[in-house]
Design a binder for this molecule. Structure first.
Ligand code: AMP
Length: 312
């Protein structure tokens, strides 16, 4: 990573470093965050280093967040991971920081940070954190805990080495992380585990998924359905990848109604780029995996129509 030395030198200048990432964290957001925290703590045992943001029920097995008071931000360095847009940063107190470093693999929506290390071709930010360590072998090192968190992030964002952003480099990094005796089987099991209620949601989705002749698919998860299964909107994340297993599906939209009647949209594709569609609805993300939020059912149907047009 070109910015590795600058990042290290900026860290040297601060006694407090706070690491943040995007809202609704996935395995890569949490894995890169907690992995980096451990790596920096080993390099700088005298510094105060925190991982901040909401705890995740689904991915709590990767680790927990630190609770800190506002005044800790005074004179702090904040490192923001895996977040292309300012409005998606979990914990807006990042604004109180003296300086900011951004490390990301999303195409940039907002350019922010005194140092911006943005690599849209990288499989995951966890892979980028491993590159940071490898670029500074005399200064930074992995522990088993850091390697475990980064490995979880990599398998999360690559769908276990399935998605096209997976590269030769991704496998090299994964292989290196394995050399730290990480518990591959347990991490893999945690990654794929679902509750019985989520299994029912999956069944419902497979039974009712709408697929048109061009390969455009969609499914709407209502609050009523979530409530009847005892699930929260964030639990729907476990079923997002599944429509891609159907031979007839090329790209798909999963709409999840929230408590306010808006719909969180998960956009996924096997080839046609769908991030422009996300951007059109005030979202963003990667070419083949994006997110957005739409106001109501009318906008849901507009988006479905637009996906169908895209695939025609
Ligand atoms: P998700 O469907 O939430 O798993 O998100 C897929 C990808 O799109 C992830 O890389 C997210 O960080 C990104 N993403 C999700 N929602 C948004 C949004 N509203 N704006 C920008 N990027 C997003």
């Amino acid at each position: 990573m070109q910015e590795a030395r600058d990042i290290y030198e900026m860290c040297q200048n601060y006694s407090t470093i706070i690491i943040q990432r995007h809202v609704n964290p996935d395995e890569d957001a949490l894995g890169s965050q907690l992995g980096l925290k451990d790596i920096l703590q080993r390099a700088f045992p005298e510094k105060r280093i925190y991982a901040v943001g909401k705890n995740s029920d689904r991915y709590g097995w990767i680790g927990t967040m630190d609770q800190i008071e506002d005044d800790v931000y005074q004179d702090a360095l904040v490192i923001i991971l895996d977040c292309g847009s300012l409005e998606r940063i979990d914990d807006e107190r990042y604004q109180k920081a003296r300086q900011i470093i951004k490390i990301d693999h999303h195409p940039a929506v907002d350019r922010y940070g005194n140092i911006q290390a943005v690599y849209p071709d990288a499989s995951s930010v966890s892979e980028l954190i491993a590159d940071l360590v490898n670029d500074l072998p005399d200064q930074l090192s992995f522990s088993k805990e850091a390697a475990s968190a980064l490995y979880a992030g990599i398998i999360g964002d690559t769908g276990r080495f399935l998605y096209p952003a997976t590269s030769q480099r991704t496998f090299e990094v994964a292989s290196q992380l394995l050399s730290y005796q990480i518990d591959l089987a347990t991490i893999g099991r945690k990654d794929e585990e679902i509750t019985p209620a989520v299994a029912k949601l999956m069944g419902n989705m497979l039974a009712h998924l709408e697929v048109d002749d061009c390969g455009a698919a969609y499914y709407i998860i209502t609050q009523d359905l979530l409530t009847s299964l005892g699930l929260k909107a964030e639990d729907a994340g476990d079923v997002v990848a599944m429509p891609g297993q159907l031979t007839t599906v090329k790209a798909w939209l999963l709409f999840v109604e929230d408590e306010t009647g808006k719909y969180r949209v998960h956009l996924r594709s096997k080839g046609p780029k769908i991030n422009q569609l996300a951007l059109k609805h005030h979202g963003g993300g990667h070419e083949l995996a994006s997110g957005a939020t739409v106001e109501d059912l009318d906008e849901v149907h507009v988006m479905i129509k637009e996906l169908k047009e895209l695939l025609q």
